[in-house]
Design a protein around this ligand. Structure first.
Ligand code: NAP
Length: 381
């Protein structure tokens, strides 16, 4: 697996950093390319991923524990079911525990007679509340159990909706798709370190190509850029890649944790629930182009379980130009957008994210040292 940006010498990099730092928004070529990648993926994803089996066979995962956020619907539901059926211990981290419990009951019934009962359970997590994230992490860490992969799958794309803010005061796409998963990832580090080798897998999107993050305006309230749900969504996905890249770099090899982003493709899920009815009907009419949730789960399952990925992530860690692994919908590593390589912005997004989620700037280093870290959110403040 070749790593992106290899071969850039230090001087060249410094020059690029200087030029990139001046950017006020996406250039029109980058913007056009973003739309091109999206259209290309929509039209050709099935051909590009024709090498993959469906469902994708998984390596042995008995005795491995996975936390899957947003596993009551769409891609996350498939990820949770397939991991459990392959023998993994799965924790469904969801905002609607009743829906998850009903799903487990159904899956156990469907599975009965095929092997041991599925090892799957439910814990409550609402990403629109940073208190809820801290409560989840505290409950999880109190169990002192193993965690081999945190799969940050839950996400929203409130198409056509006006700008909304969480009770914590953050733009909802940014909070659910980036800030809350980032807080969860950091707070679960003790468990991931204890269980290493382990992974943090973020379900990202091709639409990060259309994103541009101003770390001083993560809420998109300055008026410099007009809010649309598309802008909110693509910015949150780009922020997630930037944060993941710095986190991956900051976790020393000895910690044994790698951070990966995975792009599922264009998938027919509830993510389209806010689309106008006519567009939803169109969605259903083009099944050839759109992946089923089972097909859309493959890149994340690959990123969470493939043994070879560790070596690739480690090689990225060793580079001084830190961009985390980005696994495409065909389960091959791909290069995220030009803007995702903006290291200057990535470090500012890192710092701003820690500030917004109420963590000290050295939280990761302290957790690696085994120290306790306090978050300004949560019950124990
Ligand atoms: N579908 C696509 O074409 C596509 C393409 C690229 C990336 N993705 C990404 O794939 C991931 C999964 O999306 P999907 O397509 O499977 O959509 P989905 O069917 O709408 O599933 C989203 C899941 O996230 C959960 N969720 C939403 N808000 C939450 C919150 N505040 N707290 C906790 N959980 C919350 C939902 O819970 P409820 O069931 O309770 O609503 C649901 O389980 C997202 O990160 C999305 O951005 C999707």
């Amino acid at each position: 697996m070749a790593s992106p940006e290899k071969g850039k010498n230090g001087k060249e990099r410094d020059e690029v950093v200087k030029q990139r730092a001046k950017k006020e928004g996406l250039g029109w070529i980058e913007w056009m390319m973003g739309w091109f990648y999206l259209a290309y993926e929509m039209l050709f994803q099935r051909i590009i991923a024709s090498n993959l089996e469906n469902p994708m066979p998984l390596p042995p995962i008995n005795d491995l524990t996975f936390v899957v956020t947003g596993s009551t619907s769409g891609i996350g539901k498939e990820i949770a079911r397939q991991l459990a059926e392959a023998g993994g211990h799965v924790v469904m981290a969801v905002r609607n525990p009743k829906a998850a419990t009903d799903l487990i009951k159904k899956w156990q019934e469907d599975w009965s007679g095929k092997g041991l009962p599925l090892n799957i359970e439910v814990m409550e997590l609402n990403l629109l509340s940073l208190d809820s994230v801290v409560r989840f992490a505290e409950a999880w860490n109190a169990r002192s159990g193993a965690l081999h992969a945190l799969i940050n799958n839950a996400g929203i794309f409130s198409i056509g909706e006006p700008q909304k803010f969480s009770k914590d005061g953050y733009e909802e796409h940014m909070q659910v798709n980036h800030l809350a998963p980032a807080l969860l990832s950091v707070l679960l580090l003790p468990s991931l370190i204890r269980s290493s080798p382990s992974r943090i897998v973020n379900v990202n999107s091709i639409m990060h190509n259309l994103g541009f993050v101003d770390p001083e305006d993560m809420n998109l309230t300055s008026g410099k850029r007009k809010f649309t749900s598309m802008v909110g969504y693509s910015n949150s996905k780009l922020a997630q890649i930037m944060f993941s890249s710095v986190l991956n770099k900051r976790l020393p090899s000895e910690a044994g944790i790698n951070v990966v982003c995975a792009s599922p493709g264009i998938v027919h899920t509830n993510v389209a629930r806010d689309l106008p009815k006519i567009v939803q009907a169109g969605y259903r009419l083009i099944p050839y182009f759109i992946f089923s949730p089972e097909e859309g789960s493959r890149s994340t399952l690959f990123a969470a379980t493939d043994p070879q990925l560790v070596e690739f992530c480690e090689s990225l860690k060793a580079e001084d130009w830190p961009v985390c692994a980005f696994i495409n919908h065909d389960c091959r590593p791909a290069n995220p957008s030009e803007e995702a390589h903006n290291i200057e912005t990535a470090y500012r997004v890192w710092e701003k994210t820690l500030e917004l989620v109420g963590l000290p700037s050295d939280a990761v280093e302290r957790l690696i040292e085994g120290e306790e870290v306090t978050c300004k959110y949560g019950v124990s403040q």
